[in-house]
Ligand binder design. Structure first.
Ligand SMILES: C[S@@+](CC[C@H](N)C(=O)[O-])C[C@H]1O[C@@H](n2cnc3c(N)ncnc32)[C@H](O)[C@@H]1O
Length: 222
């Protein structure tokens, strides 16, 4: 029988910054084992209407609000950064949120396990810009990840991307203008002056701090 080896993606971002508070340490011991997953198959999918995936949830502001507002859906949050996970654990406990699963790892790894036509939505909000030329390959948005997310979305499923970083905006526009991407998705673009509805698209911490014009893109799978 042929042996299939799945290669783990190398994550380049920060894994930890500040020391955790006592409460955060407690939540890592008590709540984290209940809400974290190591594999997509750890989830009982029958309990939820739709499944959404957030890539790099940071402090968890957006995923927590989406999950709180839509208790019948499941939100899988991917974030290797320990302090970000600790912030989300506090939000889950404070708001008694029951429909978030945390994948404390590189999103590209769980994406390999998610079957095609599964996700109702995906979010990539204020991704690390990796502005240096030699680091461009570290950007999450690549033609390969666009194809992967398209495969995992159901028809009509939506991938939302936002960035305030001028170079990433150029990168994003370059990708969504590609013929092959336009043949996969119906694409809508918004800017700070006509921002999507805040109740439907809550602000992340990066967005709250952003000073540049922001570009918001919605890619709906055709
Ligand atoms: C610039 S921060 C933005 C955080 C949050 N989305 C916001 O808008 O406040 C980017 C985050 O993405 C995470 N990240 C980067 N690459 C990732 C990957 N491949 N999978 C999961 N998370 C990733 C980083 O750890 C970081 O917390």
């Amino acid at each position: 029988m042929q042996k299939i080896t799945i290669v783990e993606e190398k994550f380049y971002g920060r894994l930890k910054s500040r020391k955790l508070t006592d409460r955060q340490n407690d939540l890592f011991n008590t709540l984290f084992p209940k809400v974290s997953i190591e594999h997509f198959d750890d989830i009982d999918k029958t309990k939820y209407e739709s499944i959404f995936l957030e890539i790099g949830f940071g402090g968890g502001e957006h995923i927590a609000e989406q999950a709180f507002n839509h208790p019948n859906n499941l939100y899988i949050g991917c974030e290797p950064f320990v302090n970000g996970v600790a912030s989300l654990l506090c939000k889950i406990e404070d708001n008694d949120i029951r429909n978030i699963k945390i994948y404390q790892n590189d999103a590209r790894n769980i994406l390999k396990e998610i079957p095609e036509n599964t996700l109702r939505g995906a979010y990539l909000l204020f991704p690390d810009p990796w502005p240096k030329r030699k680091h461009i390959r570290r950007r999450f948005l690549q033609i390969k990840t666009i194809e992967t997310i398209c495969d995992k979305l159901i028809k009509g499923g939506v991938w939302r991307i936002a960035t305030d970083h001028p170079e990433y905006q150029v990168w994003l526009k370059k990708h969504i203008n590609l013929k092959e991407v336009q043949s996969m998705f119906d694409i809508k673009i918004f800017e700070s002056c006509n921002r999507p509805d805040i109740n439907d698209w809550p602000k992340t911490r990066y967005e709250q701090k952003a000073t540049n014009n922001i570009i918001y893109v919605e890619l709906a799978k055709l």
